[in-house]
Design a protein around this ligand. Structure first.
Ligand SMILES: Cc1cc2nc3c(=O)[nH]c(=O)nc-3n(C[C@H](O)[C@H](O)[C@H](O)COP(=O)(O)O)c2cc1C
Length: 163
């Protein structure tokens, strides 16, 4: 079964996780598409699609929204995985996940994951630094990726593959 991972990433966290998932699936069985690069994507040959994005100022990337809207019908017939990188915890991160991905896709998704995130000050522009300092009251970079959640997500997707 061929898998496609479609992702968008601002400072590289989602990209790092997407590439880790690709490695777990095997490079011969899994392709990856960065929506930042404006690739033309043909999803027909993939039976399984994983979509990953991150939250900035409360919302997922526009590219992810556009991809979902463009391929909505096709995605309903794929084995789907949805993941999100974000820093918020608890109910707020669940709300962000639910706002990021439409109900009909969440309902049919075989695996869903919220993986935490990173705040990398070196990669932020002036405005981003200002916002993050103000909202988090910190000036130090943080890495808070939930590797256990990533493993569970990969296992859930691989269970499907073994069926
Ligand atoms: C300017 C800015 C705004 C952010 N806003 C949110 C937010 O509203 N909610 C949240 O949970 N995380 C927020 N984050 C944290 C990001 O989701 C986190 O940095 C994530 O790892 C980014 O992944 P990426 O580098 O793949 O885009 C924000 C980060 C930045 C830099």
């Amino acid at each position: 079964m061929q898998t496609l991972i479609v992702y968008q990433s601002k400072h590289g966290t989602t990209e790092k996780i997407a590439k880790g998932i690709q490695m777990s699936f095997g490079y011969d069985k899994c392709e990856i598409a960065n929506l930042n690069a404006k690739n033309i994507i043909n999803i027909d040959k993939f039976e399984r699609i994983i979509i990953g994005g991150s939250i900035h100022a409360g919302t997922i990337q526009k590219g992810i929204k556009k991809f979902i809207s463009k391929y909505r019908e096709e995605l309903l017939n794929k084995e789907l995985g949805l993941f999100l990188c974000c820093m918020y915890k608890g109910d707020e991160r669940i709300n962000q996940f639910n706002n990021a991905y439409p109900t009909e896709l969440r309902d049919i998704a075989k695996a869903k994951g919220i993986f935490g995130g990173e705040l990398i000050f070196d990669k932020m522009n002036f405005i981003e630094r200002f916002i993050v300092k103000k909202t988090t009251k910190t000036e130090e970079s943080i890495s808070d990726i939930d590797s256990n959640a990533v493993s569970i997500f990969i296992n859930d997707m691989q269970k499907i593959r073994d069926c």
